[in-house]
Design a protein around this ligand. Structure first.
Ligand code: ADP
Ligand code: MG
Length: 490
């Protein structure tokens, strides 16, 4: 079925074939075997059309993924072959679809990162994360399309356990997620209820579970947002196909509903979810749910639903700590084509404390900028490129506020911030306040020293490094300081 390779002006077909083999070999080396098999193995070179290499992939999903992640790399590898190819066009050719994907278990890769079989891996009920809410009519059309099972419903391929950085704030939720992925529906872990603020990794963990489960065995996993669940349900009502809807839901082995808080006030949908939930749990199927609050705090959900949600494992993801932010940044920077200096990572971890999504966004922006302009990333360029984000985070906290909050928190008198007392129970909070003053305001060390009872700038310097040190070695202390920082920033 493979077409003849159109001849490029400067290359014989044999040369092209060899070049293509080299390029694939290079990519394989660069990205590793698992990644290569997941995304790149199915690439077929269709033709060289003038300056353009045309590469085919069997699904739109794979095409978008390869285009987004490897498009530039493919182009530069082609350019390096000196065959006159300057562009790469990646297209879908559904007829390329492999008859039956190789079993993931048999090739010695099981347990490693997932091998892509997105269409088999998830039931078509799931949705890409970024898709906007749809109208009912669209949803209905979609639910028909789905019964034919012909649209890809990928989980985000980046959201795996491998790419999830574990730290104090998320280790419990992560451990629970792992456990559920390994042994779905084990007693005590069903349902698994994950909760936490926005951008802290709930969706990431859910997708990671889904990937792991669907690649470890032949289970049916359905992941969808609560919003989608509702649209589905309403569409089914209108199309008078609620039976089918229910059956399709109840035929899954693992049902994951993301952002359950969306169902607050949607009583009919809640009711439907409740019944589905019971039916699945009774049949020994696993449920995973996420929300922005704990079951007991989700007022507006029916009591009986809240009770059921809370009776498995409830795991919260806490706000990030500096440590975790650094680890995440390091992990994300590692794969980048440009070098991100440690100082810049530290800077970001200090300044962008809201959530991981924003942190990631900032790092990506720096990397994109550096790539675009071919300039290295420096502290100065980071400040420049991110000035809008940084300004938003730059709350104008005053030293007085800091002193007041810290004194309150440690239960000491405000006057002790500037007193000469050196007892540990006073001196330590004072050091914390100095540290936060350095972090959260633009005051210089001498200025800070003056505000703390006319102390010398070296005293402030010492306080800052002492607190940083303690935060490294004492996680309870670190959490305390982070908590104070967040209170001051809000
Ligand atoms: P939530 O669903 O809680 O709002 P997401 O799961 O969408 O948050 O996470 C937001 C972004 O941050 C995603 O790109 C995700 O990959 C990333 N992220 C969150 N936590 C981590 C982590 N611990 N390690 C790596 N990436 C993370
Ligand atoms: Mg989410």
């Amino acid at each position: 079925m493979e077409k003849e390779l159109g001849a490029s002006p400067s290359a014989a077909p044999g040369q092209v074939t060899e070049a293509w083999a080299r390029i694939r070999g290079r990519l394989r080396e660069e990205v590793g075997e698992v990644e290569y098999r997941s995304w790149l193995r199915q690439m077929t070179l269709s033709a060289i059309e003038g300056e353009e290499a045309v590469i085919l992939l069997p699904t739109r999903f794979l095409r978008d993924w390869v285009r987004g992640h490897y498009g530039d790399r493919l182009r530069s590898l082609w350019a390096a072959e000196n065959l006159g190819v300057r562009r790469v066009d990646i297209r879908v050719a559904p007829e390329l679809r492999a008859p039956e994907p190789e079993a993931a278990m048999s090739d010695g890769l099981a347990g490693a990162a997932p091998v892509a079989r997105p269409q088999q891996a998830t039931l078509a009920l799931a949705e890409p994360l970024s898709s906007p809410p749809r109208s009912h009519a669209e949803a209905r059309a979609e639910s028909r399309a789905e019964s034919r099972n012909d649209w890809a419903a990928p989980l985000d391929p980046r959201f795996t356990f491998d790419s999830f950085v574990v730290g104090k704030p998320n280790e419990f939720a992560h451990a629970c997620a792992r456990r559920v992925a390994e042994k779905p529906a084990s007693p005590g872990f069903n349902p698994l209820f994950l909760y936490g603020g926005v951008g802290l990794g709930k969706t990431h963990l859910m997708h990671a579970i889904a990937w792991a489960i669907s690649f470890n065995g032949q289970r049916n996993v359905a992941y969808m947002s609560a919003e989608k669940f509702m649209y589905r349900f309403i569409a089914a009502l209108r199309a008078q196909s609620t039976m089918e809807f229910k059956e399709s839901l109840r035929s899954v082995d693992v049902l994951m509903i993301d952002d359950l808080q969306f169902l607050i006030g949607k009583d009919n949908t809640q009711e439907e979810f409740f019944h589905t939930f019971n039916a699945l749990v009774d049949a020994g199927k696993q449920i995973v749910v996420s929300a922005d609050k704990s079951p007991s705090d989700l007022s507006g959900l029916e009591d009986r639903l809240r009770t059921r949600l809370g009776c498995g494992m409830v795991a919260d993801i806490h706000a990030t700590t500096y440590e975790l932010r650094i680890s995440i940044l390091q992990a994300k920077a590692q794969g980048a084509e440009v070098e991100v200096p440690p100082r810049v990572l530290e800077f970001l971890a200090h300044k962008i404390t809201s959530n991981v999504r924003e942190l990631e966004g900032a790092l990506n922006r720096l990397i994109a900028h550096a790539n675009l302009f071919g300039r290295p990333i420096t502290l100065e360029s980071a400040q420049e490129v991110l000035h809008d984000i940084l300004r938003a985070h730059d709350r104008r906290v005053t030293i007085e506020e800091i002193q007041r909050k810290v004194a309150e928190h440690y239960n000491i008198r405000l006057t002790d911030m500037s007193s000469a007392r050196r007892a540990r129970n006073v001196a330590r909070p004072r050091q914390v306040a100095m540290y936060l003053a350095k972090q959260l305001t633009s005051r210089s060390l001498p200025e800070i020293g003056r505000r703390f009872g006319n102390r010398d700038h070296t005293t402030v310097m010492h306080a800052v490094s002492r607190v940083a040190e303690l935060m490294q070695s004492d996680s309870t202390f670190a959490e305390d300081v982070e908590l104070l920082r967040r209170m001051l920033e809000n």
